[in-house]
Each structure stands twice: as structure tokens, then as C-alpha cells.
Design a protein around this ligand. Sequence first.
Ligand SMILES: Cc1cc2nc3c(=O)[nH]c(=O)nc-3n(C[C@H](O)[C@H](O)[C@H](O)COP(=O)(O)O)c2cc1C
Length: 183
Amino acid sequence: MGPALEAVRARRSWSKVTDAAPTHDELLTLVSAAGRVADHSSLRPWRLIELRGSDREVLGRAINKANGSSGASDKPLRAPLLIAVVASYRKSKVPRWEQEAVASGVAHTLSLLLDEAGWGVLWRTGDYTRSKAVAKAHGLGKNEELLGWLYVGGKPPRVRPGRRKAVDARHHVKRMPKPKKNA
Ligand SMILES: Cc1cc2nc3c(=O)[nH]c(=O)nc-3n(C[C@H](O)[C@H](O)[C@H](O)COP(=O)(O)O)c2cc1C
């Protein structure tokens, strides 16, 4: 079994994490690798925003504003590091959906690399993800959209990994329908 196959099979989401977090430099190493995903026309149509410490309260306030309430949501405090995943659409013949697929690929690959490096990750979204208040708090441009946040922290000790249902690949891999006669 190759190391990539092993890492993919071992990865799981961690909804509860400890206060430990990767350093900025450690993150850069992994982001540099994750950015190597296939990318039509190499547009690099993505960027990441690191939220640490009180940045998470700024997000908490934006979440509440998006929901029409005052104060700050404590949701972002569930991990010491949040990585906002931003699709940054470039002017190109490559359509937006292809560019979003690249940004999504970066997020999945980074999640995998963080998990392999020993960090617990959960990709979170909410009905506020694409709200004006949340976009403003992140300083998004007109050409940008959030894909959610990777919540990152330490894997808590003595937690047995949850059992994940195996994917039955036969249900997901089929052949094309046969062409109809006279078509
Ligand atoms: C785009 C995206 C958004 C997600 N949003 C949430 C979320 O808001 N809350 C949550 O608990 N999990 C969220 N997840 C994580 C999934 O719940 C998780 O991957 C799924 O339960 C399978 O668990 P596993 O990753 O351990 O296989 C999201 C995953 C993706 C890819």
C-alpha cells in the first residue's frame, strides 16, 4: 500500500480538538504541497485566511450579525486555528465551477496533509458562510467566495477513532448507458 492510500484511508474528521495548533511555518509547508492539485490553466484561484486568537471572535460577531442577532457566536472558538478557504475567481475562459473545484481540491488535500501530520481537522460551513457580514469580516473581494473553514487543533488523546462506513466503490463506478439505436 502506498503512503497516499494509507493516509486517505486513515483520515477522519475531528469535531473536538485540543488547543494545540500547527505553527504558521508548518502550515506554509503543507499549503505549498496542497497547492499542487490539478489546476486548469494554473490560475491558482484560491487563497486561505488563518484565524487565530481574537480573529475567531471577529468571525463570531459576523456570524451573529448574519443571523440578525447581537453579540458573538462561540462556534469559531471550537478550535485554536480556523483556515478560511476562499475561491478567488480569475478572469479566464476557465469557468467558475472549474475554479471552485480547484479551491475545493486544495482544501481537501490540505485536510489530508494536516491529518497525516497529526492534527485534527473538521471542514465546517453554515448558513452564514456566504453572508455579507462574514465576507466583510474576511475582507473578501467581489470575485471571491468562501467555501467554509477548516477547524484545526490537536487530536485529543484517548479518543478512539469513530468507525466510518466503508465506501462500496461498485455503487459509484459505472459505465455509460448504451447509445439508443437510430440515435
Ligand atoms: C464542504 C464541506 C462542508 C462541511 N460542513 C460541515 C459542517 O458544517 N459541520 C460538520 O459537522 N461537518 C461538516 N463537514 C464534514 C463532514 O461532516 C464529514 O466529512 C463527514 O461527516 C464524514 O466524516 P469523515 O470526514 O470523518 O469521513 C463538511 C465537509 C465538507 C466537505
